[in-house]
Design a binder for this molecule. Structure first.
Ligand code: CP
Length: 299
């Protein structure tokens, strides 16, 4: 069965997860369960401009394009572009708009995707802009949450690690607000979500609380979303990471799952990988179908 949407996403950009309604998000998640159409992107060229390192996002977007019959032009190393000769991002985006049907952009600056979308003649997908947002990660995070819990509404979710600079956290918190979760934050002092983020949660009547240790909340939550400390974005300061190891899993419920956008550093010990609670590799795997569906809807 092929799902049909009562709306169109064609020609739109995705710079923030706020660019999608709850209905549009749920449609994308539902359709990501369907098999890929190998000719959905026939004749389309997708430009992948990754001006910051990436493994999962870049390769899953490339695979999603190729598996649907599209073609890819890509930059994975800014120094190999004319940016290194002083070209502006604005000029680069205008040029690439004339070569490709859609641009997937990762950029180190907050707000770069929105700015690029204003310059471009084709849709822009934000593949991560600084510490700001990573909306396609939020989509695949929701996909993984629903896959692992059977629902999105009313879950108890712990978020651990760098809740200040993690762009996946910013997009995920916005997306989760549609589904009335109860949130538990465990983070090093100084890496709390911004006051703007907390204010937004309050306005949406989402209950949240801060806790010093993972062990304080693990027995009562449905899942734990861990993130690494974003060392590349810290302006000084050393932070002791929040770490999970197998011994902490003794107290969790059977259905409890661990998610992480990856890459991980020391915050999830490898001894958690072979437990029934590890879901982070499944989570990343789902990214291909979610991104594939998004591409075919925007084009
Ligand atoms: N989760 C994520 O964005 O991974 P990459 O940085 O490897 O793309």
């Amino acid at each position: 069965m092929t799902l049909t949407a009562p709306f169109t996403l064609k020609g739109r950009s995705l710079c923030s997860i706020d660019d999608l309604t709850k209905e549009e998000i749920l449609y994308l998640l539902d359709s990501a369960n369907e098999p890929l159409n190998p000719s959905a992107l026939q004749g389309k060229i997708i430009a992948h401009l990754f001006l910051e390192p990436s493994t999962r996002t870049r390769l899953s977007f490339e695979a999603a394009t190729l598996r649907q019959g599209g073609q890819v032009i890509s930059v994975a190393e800014p120094l190999q572009t004319s940016l290194s000769k002083g070209e502006s991002l604005s000029d680069m985006i205008k040029m690439v708009s004339s070569y490709a049907d859609l641009i997937v952009l990762r950029h180190p600056q907050d707000g770069a995707a929105r700015w690029a979308a204003e310059m471009a003649d084709v849709p822009i997908i934000n593949a991560g802009d600084g510490a700001h947002e990573h909306p396609t990660q939020a989509l695949l995070d929701l996909f993984a949450i629903r896959q692992s819990q059977g629902r999105l509404e009313g879950l108890s979710i712990a978020l651990g690690g760098d809740l200040k600079y993690g762009r996946t956290i910013h997009s995920l918190l916005k997306a989760l607000a549609h589904f009335k979760p109860r949130l538990f934050f465990i983070c090093p002092e100084g890496l709390e979500p911004s006051s703007e983020t907390l204010e937004r949660l309050k306005q949406k009547r989402i209950l949240f609380s801060f806790h010093p240790r993972l062990s304080d909340v693990l027995p009562s939550v449905d899942l734990l979303y861990m993130t690494r400390i974003q060392k590349e974005r810290l302006k000084g300061g050393l932070f002791e990471p929040i770490c999970l190891d197998r011994s902490l899993l003794n107290s969790v419920q059977d259905h409890f799952k661990i998610l992480h956008p990856l890459p991980r550093n020391e915050e999830i010990a490898p001894d958690c990988d072979n437990t029934p609670h590890a879901f982070y590799f499944e989570q990343a795997k789902g990214g291909l179908n979610v991104r594939a569906k998004l591409l075919s809807e925007l084009l």
